[in-house]
Every structure is written in C-alpha cells, then in structure tokens.
Unconditional design. Structure first.
Length: 403
C-alpha cells in the first residue's frame, strides 16, 4: 500500500513538472498604460516568438529580445533603458501588470490584449491636421511656458508626426483623428506620451500626458512658416571663457580630462547626455555611426553622462548596457549620479551659461576652443529637419577637420 502511495505521489510530481507554463502568443497586441484623468496611453507591439517582440510607433520599430518567464508571469526588458514590463499572462492571452522604472521608483499599471488597433475609431475625421503648427505648452503659466512646433501628416483618420521643441522632439507619435478629437501616443521604453486635443479649422487645444505622473495643457495654431529659436544660440560659454574643462571617471575608474593627450590637436565633440534619455539615444546612434566611419581622422568623441541612478555603480551598469546595445566605441564618462538635474549639470560645467537640454553637443576645434554648442537633437521623427541636421553636422565637422 505504501508503494502504491509513493508511486502516486511520484506520478503527481512528474505531472506537475511537465505543466506547461504560459508564454506570449505570436501576433499583434494593443497595450495600455494608465495616465491621469482616466486616460490611457496605448501602443502596439507584435510578438514574433516567445523570446522576441517589436514595439511600433509610426515608422519606428523597437526590437525587444530580453524576455523572461517566471511561473505565470512574463518580464519584458526594454532595450538600452532600465525600464521593463511585468505582467501575468491569462488563459485568454491578455497581460495585466506594470510598467516599471526602478531607479525612479515609478510603476504604471499596464494591460495588453491581442488587437491591431491603437485608438478606437468611431467617426470620420472632421479636419486634416497635416502641416506645421505653432504650439505653446503651459500657455497660462509664464514660468513654465515653452514653445514647440507640431509637424503632422494625416491620411484619412490616421495621423503621425511629432512636436519639436527647443530641447529636442517627442519622437515618433502615432494616432488618429476621431471627429474633431486628435489623439497621439508614443512608447519608446523610457517614456510613455499621450497628446489629446480638440481641433478646429486652424487651432487645437489639448493636454499632454507623460506616464501617470505628469500632465500639461497646450494650445496650437496653424503656421506653416513657424520656426523655433536657433538651437546653436541657447547654450554658450560665459564671458571670459573660450574653453571647456572637465575631469570625470570612466567605467574602469580612470579619470579622463579634456586636457589628456588623446584630445590634443584634434577636433573634439563632447556630448552631454543620459542613458535614460530617448533623444540622447537617437543622437548616440547617429554619432556612433559617424565616429566609426571617421575615427581615423583627427577627431575624438566623448560623452558625459548625467544619470538619475542612485549610485555610481548603478549608473555604470546603465552606461555599460548602453555601450553594449549600441556598439558604442567612444568613451562615456560618469559626470553625475543621483540626479539628472540640468541645474546640477551646469554646476559641473560652470563655464556654460546654462544646460537647457539632454543632449547638448559641444564642438571643440584643434586648438581647444569651443566653436559651437548645439542644444537638443532633431531625431529621425522630425523627417526633413533630421536630414537637414545631418547635412549641417557633416559640413561643420569637415570645416573643423580641414583647419
């Protein structure tokens, strides 16, 4: 009798060990992140296999290949950034859990189901928003007010585009017009954005949401000729300075200074950035490609990272992850951990009048003089502006290299 009981328990254990754990089913999903005011920030992703998926924002495709299963849950690590999605997989292939940013201590409720739509469509579009828009965020708060340029394309109800600002762009926005209501969203792993606006013939009024922790009103009007302030004029050296000076550690603990021999008699590009910053990632990919193609010339690139990770060791984990994921060959130094405050960044580089944005790019000639400081980055989502930036960048670099 004891033998029969033993065999029964053994059979039960073997049966349990062979229990099939839930995995992501291949196909297209609609995900939702909770925002303020009862709004949700939707985005689409496609499960390619149980170990890979793609996140879509307009023409942007983000490949995710770090997926881990544990019991009835899945953990989806976003590329480069520290953030991840953690969710339970139900029998009906729905996901319910959280979007997590550990170093900021933020969690956002997350839900996904198999569905190819992004925004529910119930009405034809009342207006076509294609073109350029002059926008103001926080228009009734002078201290917080800022200008932006909306750039949109609309086909039927579908709308894509971005908002450019003096400090960068909101990357690839994807959405639709439903009657007179415009909704656009983006999820890039580090940020979750939603824009909701009521549109008239030549005006719009709405609210911008970032995750479930921030919202801001905005207004906009059609203005095909509107341009933002020159990005090369916002940050500059204070009177009495003509050179940059810094000394920060690399991931091996070596102190690297602009006075080091490796930078002597070379064109030097200094990138102020953060591993948490999507615009910085866009710029880093561009700079990395340029550096690889031109590193035999008299030039050196170096990045100064301003990290909100709580400790230096955690910051270097993020830096090394960035370098590994992008194949970055130029050094990334840790300028600051514990805060990504632009005010504190300016304290680390007191010769600058202000650090307005990550990224900020400083061009130094072969004599060590600062020749230009470019605020922000017009990334791939800005279309023609990105193409224009690349042409201007290469032309200016050629000028410095030929001197």
């Amino acid at each position: 009798m004891k033998n029969i009981s033993y065999l029964f328990v053994l059979a039960l254990l073997v049966s349990c060990s062979k229990e099939i754990k839930p995995e992501l089913k291949s196909g297209m999903y609609r995900a939702s992140l909770e925002a303020l005011d009862g709004e949700v920030i939707p985005f689409n992703f496609k499960v390619i296999s149980k170990d890979s998926l793609e996140v879509y924002n307009a023409e942007e495709v983000i490949v995710v290949d770090e997926i881990r299963y544990e019991n009835d849950s899945v953990y989806i690590q976003m590329p480069v950034f520290e953030s991840y999605l953690s969710a339970k997989i139900s029998d009906s292939n729905t996901l319910k859990g959280f979007y997590v940013k550990p170093n900021l201590g933020r969690t956002v409720p997350f839900y996904a189901e198999m569905n190819e739509t992004r925004f529910n469509q119930t009405q034809d579009a009342d207006f076509n928003v294609s073109g350029n828009w002059e926008a103001v965020f926080s228009p009734h708060n002078e201290a917080e007010s800022s200008v932006a340029k909306g750039i949109f394309k609309q086909q039927g109800n579908a709308v894509t585009g971005t908002f450019r600002t003096t400090t960068g762009d909101y990357r690839f926005l994807d959405g639709s017009m439903n009657g007179n209501v415009l909704k656009l969203s983006a999820f890039d792993g580090s940020h979750a954005f939603l824009f909701v606006a009521t549109v008239g013939d030549s005006t719009m009024q709405g609210t911008f949401y970032s995750g479930n922790h921030f919202k801001e009103p905005f207004v906009a009007k059609r203005n095909e000729g509107f341009e933002l302030p020159d990005a090369d004029s916002l940050t500059f050296l204070k009177e009495g300075y003509d050179k940059l000076d810094f000394s920060f550690p690399d991931s091996e603990g070596n102190m690297v200074s602009i006075e080091d021999e490796r930078f002597k008699n070379k064109v030097v590009l200094v990138q102020l950035m953060g591993t948490w910053c999507p615009n910085c990632l866009d710029e880093t990919k561009f700079l990395s490609d340029y550096y690889k193609e031109n590193k035999e010339k008299d030039l050196e690139f170096v990045a100064l990272a301003f990290e909100y990770a709580k400790t230096d060791s955690l910051a270097f984990v993020a830096i090394n992850r960035l370098k590994s994921k992008t194949g970055l060959e130029y050094p990334v130094l840790l300028a600051q951990s514990g805060s990504s405050s632009k005010g504190k960044a300016q304290e680390k580089l007191p010769m600058l009048n202000h650090v307005w944005s990550y990224p900020t790019t400083i061009f130094i000639d072969k004599e060590g003089k600062v020749r230009k400081i470019h605020t922000g980055f017009n990334g791939p989502a800005t279309g023609e502006k990105f193409t224009e930036f690349k042409t201007e960048f290469q032309s200016f670099m050629n000028t410095l290299l030929e001197e």
